[in-house]
Design a binder for this molecule. Structure first.
Ligand code: ZN
Length: 244
């Protein structure tokens, strides 16, 4: 089976605190602006966790990766910049809105403004992927997508992935590296979201925010390869979320 790129998207466990942080940063996160009101068929909308539009995000390196390593992180993160009305300012003083650690093994990010709730001494993003990994840039770009507020595309409400659920549970529970419980599988793979992301854009199998899906874990012939590029939809979504 194809090696899966592992990513842990982390959301702040206290929903009320996360909501307050999100709307304090950007009132549009409540999802009540006119753009969303005019959309058809809207049930209960979850709030979003987007940064204030037009803002400069300070991005700190917590553990002084070497120069080339840092350069490549900056380049991969900056792939989003043409599509958002945000600026990135990379700093070395450990004080950032987004704080990157590179020394442990996992790849994870807080979702958007949830980073505001993390203790200032702690990282909000782990980039454990080593610079010699063939998909280093892909993973860094993907994690920064989360840091900008993008969710996992395979959890888009229109995804309708023909998961072979018993096989998916079995695979994730029994893999030697980073096994997942049944609840984690439900949460990370099967649960769908209902935020601005879903209202603005249709499901996109080619999104860089989609996890690869192995054919062995689906019913019939259905899989998603590692999406290595920011897709057209990814660009459109970011332009809608952070309009210039
Ligand atoms: Zn992810």
């Amino acid at each position: 089976m194809q090696e899966l790129l592992d990513c842990q998207l982390v959301q702040w466990p206290d929903n009320q605190a996360a909501y307050l942080a999100a709307i304090n940063e950007n009132p549009a996160n409540a999802g009540t602006d006119s753009a969303t009101r005019s959309r058809r068929k809207r049930s209960v909308l979850d709030y979003s966790k987007l940064w204030a539009n037009g803002r400069t995000l300070k991005i700190a390196f917590m553990d002084a990766p070497e120069r080339d390593h840092k350069r490549r992180i900056i380049d991969a993160a900056s792939r989003w910049l043409p599509y958002v009305n945000l600026k990135f300012e990379f700093v070395d003083d450990r004080k950032g809105d987004i704080r990157i650690a590179t020394k442990n093994n996992d790849n994870s990010s807080m979702l958007g403004t949830d980073a505001l709730l993390i203790h200032p001494d702690h990282a909000t993003m782990n980039l454990g992927v080593k610079p010699d990994h063939a998909d280093f840039e892909v993973i860094v770009t993907h994690e920064f997508g989360h840091a900008l507020g993008a969710l996992h595309e395979h959890q888009h409400p229109q995804a309708n992935i023909p998961w072979d659920r018993p096989k998916v549970y079995e695979f994730y529970q029994n893999r030697p590296m980073n096994p997942l419980t049944r609840e984690q599988v439900d949460h990370n793979l099967f649960a769908s979201f209902n935020t601005l992301d879903a209202i603005f854009t249709a499901y996109d199998k080619r999104s860089i925010m989609h996890h690869p899906v192995a054919n062995a874990l689906t019913v019939g012939d259905w899989h998603v390869p590692i999406n290595r590029k920011i897709s057209k939809k990814d660009k459109r979504l970011m332009r809608l979320l952070y309009p210039k």
